[in-house]
Structures are given as C-alpha cells and as structure tokens.
Design a protein around this ligand. Structure first.
Ligand SMILES: *[C@@H]1O[C@H](CO)[C@@H](O)[C@H](O)[C@H]1NC(C)=O
Ligand SMILES: *[C@@H]1O[C@H](CO)[C@@H](O)[C@H](O)[C@H]1NC(C)=O
Ligand SMILES: CC(=O)N[C@H]1CO[C@H](CO)[C@@H](O)[C@@H]1O
Length: 426
C-alpha cells in the first residue's frame, strides 16, 4: 500500500502500527480479525535447534527476504519459553508474517511408542503457550509433529487428542483469545483419513482440533493434480469441519525443484477446501531442502565450524533455482476467498472412525485418556496386550545444530498409482 500524502501516512501509522489482524477459524476456513479469509503461504524456519526467534538481527534479515518472496507465515518447531521473543515477533509482524508454533520441546513431545500424555508434558506445553499467546501474529499452535509415523501407530492418537483437549482448556482458562490449536501429521496412507477424522470427531468440541495439517511430499517433479495424489487427499477432506493445510510440502526428487504444486494449492480446485501450505524449509542444511543459504558449506572439522558445516546465520542468499521458482509462483496474489460474514458453513464433525482390525486400533467412542494415564492403563484404546508392548523408539535427541526436523523427509513413491508416504526419524 502506498500513501502519497503525509496525512495519509500519518493515518496509516496510527491505524496499523503494531496492529496485525489476529487469525481465528470458522467452519473449514481461517479468517483475519478484519473478516477476510486467510490462506497460509509459509516457510519452515528453524535455523538452530533451540530457538530461531531470539536473534533480532537475524530475524530482520530473514523477514525482509521472506516478505520479498511473498511468504505470510513461518513454522517454528522448537522455542525456548524462557527467552525473550518480543523483537523477533514484531519484526515478523511488521513484515506481515504469522507464526505457527509447535508446543513441544525435545524432552516433552508425545511419542508414538510408549505413548503417554502427563502433567510434565502439559506444563511444558502450557509454558510455551504462555510465552507466545500475546503476539497478534501467532496464527496457531501444533500439539505435535508427526507423532504417528507408522501404520500401526494409531494407538498413540488418543494421547495427541488428550493434548488438544488440555491445551484448549489451558487457553480458555487463561482467557487467551481463541488461538487455533491443531496437529501436524505425517502423510501415512494407512492412517488416512482415520487420524484426521478421529482428531476432529465427536460432539465435544472442547476435545476436537481447531485445525489439521499434513506434511505431504506427494507432488514430485512434473505431475498433475490427478496424478500427484492431491486429488485423493482433496476427496478425503471435502466435508472436513475445520481448516486443513499442508504444514510441510516441497518434494526435492527429482530436481530441478519447481514447486508446481503451489498454483494448484491456491487454485480453484483446492482453495475451496484447503487453507494453503508451508514449504519445507528456509535454511539449506544437510537434508538439502533449503531455499536460502548463509554461505557455502564449510568443513565441519574446521575451528568454529557449525557441526554439519552449514552456517546458520548471516545474510540469506537464495538457492537457485528453488528460490526463484517458488518466488515466481508466489508472485501471484493469494485467492481472496470469502468474507467471514458471508460464510455460513453447514459442516458436521465426521463420525469417529470405528476400530478396524490391523489398521485403526482405536475405539473412537471411548473416553480420551486422562492426564497421566499411560498406554497400558488406557485400556479402552487397545485391543489386547500384544498391541501394548510398545518397545520405546530411540528418543529423538537434540544433537548439536542438526536439523530439528527429520533430515530425510518423507519420500512419496508412486507405485501402481498408490502413494506410500514413508517417513523416518533419524
Ligand atoms: C512424564 O513422562 C516423562 C517421560 O516422557 C517423564 O520424564 C516424567 O517424569 C513424567 N511426568 C510425570 C508427572 O509422571
Ligand atoms: C509397530 O510396528 C513396529 C515395526 O513393525 C514395531 O516395532 C512396533 O512395536 C509396533 N508398535 C505397536 C504399538 O504395535
Ligand atoms: C516455475 C518456474 O520458474 N520454473 C523454473 C524452475 O527452474 C527450472 C530450472 O532453472 C526452469 O527450467 C523452470 O522454468
């Protein structure tokens, strides 16, 4: 927006300074507090494992280039709730950029094996919420990222939903605004659409997610809406009662990386059902998903070198052709969507999926586990003891400056028209 007159500029200063509209949900869409539909167009942003939102010089350098790119959101996987985030958050707000934040820390995330949700976790999640609720450009919280990664992982789903219930209760007890609370799922074909339906089902809306998000690497190379798998993902959500978007996208095989899914996601076939996407990821590091770098890779053995050789601060330099390709798609304005006051959704929650032998091992009509209830004692959610052995997986640990997300992303393998999402914890 440009203002030629001084008066106009003054008026703008008074009406918009520090005032980025907040985001809420209605039906299957996000809206700004100004009543406009809002689509996510973001990048995953985790330069350092602990917290990328405390170094304002760095935030300024990155926010400026993100604004030029056309991003309106970042996703951050881990923060330190004891740190001061005011400067970085206002830097991003000034650039029109919202934050989706994962509430878990390395020690507190819900695990698929040995699944539980207890007071220690609840208090740690609440601490992150308390540290961020005040920021108007906080768009939403995730209670988990890819907790369920295995076809038999469904038994962990009740603990994810229990976390949703308790985090919504915390938000409401504290009288915070209705900050949307959701979950970011791995794209496991055998868990679809049961997981998304389970988290949204039931008459008790205090237990249901406010939005769902999917990490989907199904659009790879030259493909189409129909061939990529996006058509079946879309068919599964046409009546979904809350917003849904891609919380990670950006397949890297084959190169060059074109991001040709972007016009489809924001185009008419998908934008009536989906609320956008977050591209994985900002920084170039060992996994090769970066769209910018802070300099050439250095020898990790050199003095003061970052553990993986990838510099994690400085002036961001676009990676080519990834960045220019994405930029050319994002030069297109976002769809205007529908005004909130013209939107009267008639959507009902999906039925809770019934337990299906070998596929969905959760009784959707059973009560959620209470705080501190363990996997074994959550008897209604397991069929028999053979499903509750749950050898604990290697707990993902914080290793130096390695990527906080998986270093090898899900690879979508086209196999006789069937897509198998495979994800690894490294
Ligand atoms: C909750 O579980 C964690 C392990 O994930 C454990 O370290 C902690 O002591 C537990 N807290 C309570 C209150 O049981
Ligand atoms: C799921 O399958 C994996 C691999 O087959 C196994 O290690 C794990 O224990 C199983 N988990 C449950 C809850 O059955
Ligand atoms: C959409 C777009 O800009 N595509 C370009 C991505 O990069 C390759 C390689 O430079 C180009 O050939 C495409 O035209």
């Amino acid at each position: 927006m440009r203002c030629s007159s001084v008066l106009g500029a003054l008026w703008l200063t008074f009406t918009t300074a520090g005032a980025i509209p907040t985001i809420s949900t209605k039906g299957s869409k996000f809206f700004t507090s100004e009543g406009n539909q809002w689509f996510v167009r973001g990048v995953a942003y985790q330069l350092v494992p602990d917290d990328p939102l405390i170094d304002n010089d760095q935030c300024k350098l990155d926010a400026a280039l993100m604004e030029e790119l056309g991003a309106n959101a970042i996703r951050v996987y881990h923060v330190d709730p004891n740190a001061d985030h005011d400067d970085c958050m206002s830097t991003f707000a000034d650039a029109g950029i919202y934050l989706f934040l994962d509430l878990d820390t390395f020690d507190t995330q819900i695990e698929q094996n040995d699944a539980h949700w207890n007071r220690t976790q609840r208090d740690a999640f609440a601490k992150v919420m308390d540290a961020f609720y005040e920021y108007d450009n906080l768009a939403g919280f995730f209670v988990g990222n890819e907790v369920l990664t295995h076809p038999n992982g469904s038994v962990a789903a009740p603990f994810v939903k229990a976390a949703v219930r308790d985090m919504k209760a915390h938000r409401d007890e504290k009288n915070y605004r209705k900050i949307p609370i959701g979950y970011s799922a791995a794209d496991i074909s055998t868990l679809r659409p049961n997981l998304q339906n389970y988290l949204a089902c039931g008459s008790d809306r205090d237990e249901a997610i406010d939005f769902f998000a999917l990490n989907a690497y199904e659009w790879c190379g030259e493909t189409t809406f129909a061939e990529s798998g996006y058509v079946s993902l879309t068919n599964e959500i046409k009546n979904y009662p809350v917003p849904i978007f891609f919380s990670e996208t950006g397949c890297i095989v084959p190169r060059p990386r074109t991001f040709d899914d972007q016009p489809e996601i924001y185009g008419p076939r998908m934008n009536q059902y989906w609320s956008g996407s977050i591209v994985y990821e900002w920084i170039e590091e060992a996994n090769n998903y970066g769209i910018i770098s802070y300099g050439p890779k250095v020898d990790p053995a050199a003095t003061d070198a970052p553990p993986d050789g990838f510099t994690r601060s400085g002036t961001p330099t676009p990676v080519s052709p990834d960045f220019p390709n994405l930029s050319s798609h994002w030069a297109t304005p976002l769809p205007s969507g529908i005004r909130e006051n013209e939107y009267s959704p008639n959507l009902t929650p999906p039925p809770c999926p019934p337990r299906t032998s070998g596929v969905w091992n959760v009784d959707g009509s059973a009560a959620l586990p209470s705080l501190g209830q363990t996997f074994n004692s959550a008897a209604p959610t397991v069929t028999d003891d053979s499903t509750s052995d749950a050898a604990p997986s290697a707990t993902p640990t914080k290793t130096g400056a390695a990527s906080p997300a998986r270093e090898v992303k899900g690879v979508a393998v086209g196999l006789a028209g069937v897509f198998l999402g495979v994800a690894w914890w490294l």
